[in-house]
Write a protein that binds this ligand. Structure first.
Ligand SMILES: Nc1ncnc2c1ncn2[C@@H]1O[C@H](COP(=O)(O)OP(=O)(O)O)[C@@H](O)[C@H]1O
Ligand SMILES: [Mg+2]
Ligand SMILES: [Zn+2]
Length: 488
């Protein structure tokens, strides 16, 4: 048996998962996306991330706020194998090989506690530790479950995070009381020690002060850390996954930057992935949000990203967080109305609140200016996003069901128009008793396209809502031949 470093363990786990997914019939792209179930990103981005992890490097995720960097980092931790062979009574879950393999111990020394307890040296002679003299059979080992604080640590970068927070410290008062420098009561393990054997997630690494960045650098270079007020070093061997906004990139110290492979994580170009982000976020929501409304929210944010500049004060307005929040707010408005379903009007208000609520400004004046820009955008573009989503919906039906038969499209449109004004026709179509065959056919399409398992009441409201949105947004008056073919 050979010791395996965190990067190797992550790589093996990744490969194993990939193979398993491919064996189940997933394509390479699908398999790679499935590795990161909570983070929908463009295939190329996830491919770069996966390749970086397979190459065994530390990873720096760079991108605009709200693109999914932290979410991706958490998915990487979830991939990491949780069971690890450790020295039984070690405060930092040492690898037993650190005690018995001279070669491994040179790169990954055991903690002082393990060296004095199992390494045949006293605390005074700790510098004389020699793995060759340790009897492997006498080292107590166990399989431990890695978790936060034990093989996993997470740090939110900010200027207030001082080096001690990463290095940990020896509490000198307690040391006097207890006498044993390795007692868990005396040693307060810092974040890098807690990450030993696993993953260290450093959010917004560029916001860390220089001294704190240096602690991280030492750990990445030498796999060790020295707690403050201590003369001994502790092991700190882990895969680091860090994130940074573009704005903070220049604040990352050059040598530290050199320890990472960076991958740029932009907002998705792939529309289908953006739709999945909102589907993911709306799982377990209280009310049903029809696909028409979901689509509108995604189109609106995608359009904002196209037309908005690089202004950092408006950086959050187009984030994935905002895209999700548009729909959460829309749901809140539907709840306020006492509705069972989120409708177009809720979307318009949700978009307004979520996007305007994320406007920032350096000054009061700047804020007002930015706010005006967002409001001007919304006045024109949110009704348009809803209309485009409705057109897309209708086109989907026209292409998939009607096979682009224009006269059939005209006849269907007429029946739908009538039904939009007469709730009774809708009820009949849903009950399957309607004499209007085209209306019935469209009702089936809506049913198949929307979430399954809706109550009859929700089904009725949903169908009416689609028809009303068509009517309100002029979908029926749009050119009969769809401009863009519907996506499959
Ligand atoms: N690409 C994405 N896929 C799935 N969810 C996302 C994505 N991007 C953002 N989110 C959601 O939006 C929120 C903010 O994302 P986060 O990962 O914290 O962004 P970042 O760290 O890039 O600022 C999270 O709740 C996350 O679930
Ligand atoms: Mg983040
Ligand atoms: Zn130890």
């Amino acid at each position: 048996m050979a010791p395996r470093l965190p990067a190797d363990r992550l790589r093996d786990a990744l490969l194993e998962r990939l193979r398993a997914l491919e064996a189940q019939g997933a394509s390479r792209r699908e398999a790679i996306q499935d590795l990161f179930p909570n983070t929908q990103l463009d295939d190329e981005v996830l491919e770069s991330v996966t390749a970086a992890l397979l190459s065994g490097t530390n990873l720096l995720l760079i991108g605009p706020p709200g693109s999914g960097k932290t979410s991706l980092a958490k998915d990487i931790w979830n991939l990491y194998p949780k069971d690890a062979l450790v020295v039984e009574d070690c405060p930092v879950q040492d690898d037993p090989f650190s005690l018995i393999s001279t070669e491994f111990a040179a790169r990954h020394p055991a903690c002082p506690a393990c060296r004095t307890r199992h390494g045949a040296v006293s605390y005074k002679e700790i510098g004389d530790f020699d793995a060759a003299r340790v009897d492997a059979k006498k080292v107590p080992v166990k399989v431990a479950r890695l978790r936060e604080g034990y093989g996993f640590a997470r740090l939110q970068g900010s200027p207030e995070v001082f080096p001690d927070y990463l290095t940990g410290a020896i509490n000198l008062v307690k040391l006097e009381e207890i006498g044993d420098p390795e007692s868990p009561l005396v040693l307060e393990p810092g974040k890098v020690m807690q990450a030993n054997r696993g993953v260290f997630l450093v959010d917004e690494v560029g916001k860390l002060p220089r001294g704190t960045q240096n602690v991280l650098l030492q750990a990445l270079q030498e796999n060790i850390v020295t707690p403050s007020k201590s003369r001994e070093t502790f092991p700190a061997s882990f895969v680091a996954v860090a994130t940074s906004n573009l704005a903070d990139l220049e604040a990352i110290e050059e040598p530290l930057l050199g320890r990472f492979t960076s991958v740029y994580v932009p907002f998705n170009a792939d529309h289908a992935k953006n739709r999945l982000i909102v589907d993911l976020a709306l799982r377990g929501a209280r009310l049903t949000t029809p696909t028409l409304v979901r689509e509108a929210a995604v189109l609106l944010i995608e359009r904002w990203r196209k037309v908005s500049g690089e202004s950092p004060e408006l950086g959050e307005v187009g984030s994935n967080r905002t895209m999700i929040d548009v729909l959460r707010r829309a749901e809140a408005h539907a709840l306020l109305r006492g509705a069972a379903l989120v409708a177009g009007e809720d979307f318009l208000r949700g978009a307004q609140e979520a996007m305007v609520g994320r406007v920032r400004g350096r000054s009061g004046e700047g804020y007002l200016e930015n706010r005006e820009a967002v409001e001007a955008f919304l006045a024109k573009q949110s009704p348009k996003a809803l209309a485009d989503a409705a057109t897309d919906y209708w086109c989907g039906f026209f292409v998939e069901v009607l096979k682009e038969d224009r006269s059939e499209g005209d006849r269907t449109a007429r029946e739908l128009k009538d039904a939009a004004a007469q709730p009774k026709l809708v009820a009949e179509a849903l009950a399957g008793t309607s004499g209007l065959a085209k209306l019935r056919r469209f009702a089936e399409y809506v049913d198949a396209r929307e979430a399954a398992g809706a109550s009859p009441e929700v089904k009725r409201d949903r169908f009416s809502m689609v028809l009303k949105t068509f009517e309100a947004t002029g979908t029926f008056d749009a050119p009969k031949t769809p401009a863009a073919p519907a996506k499959k």
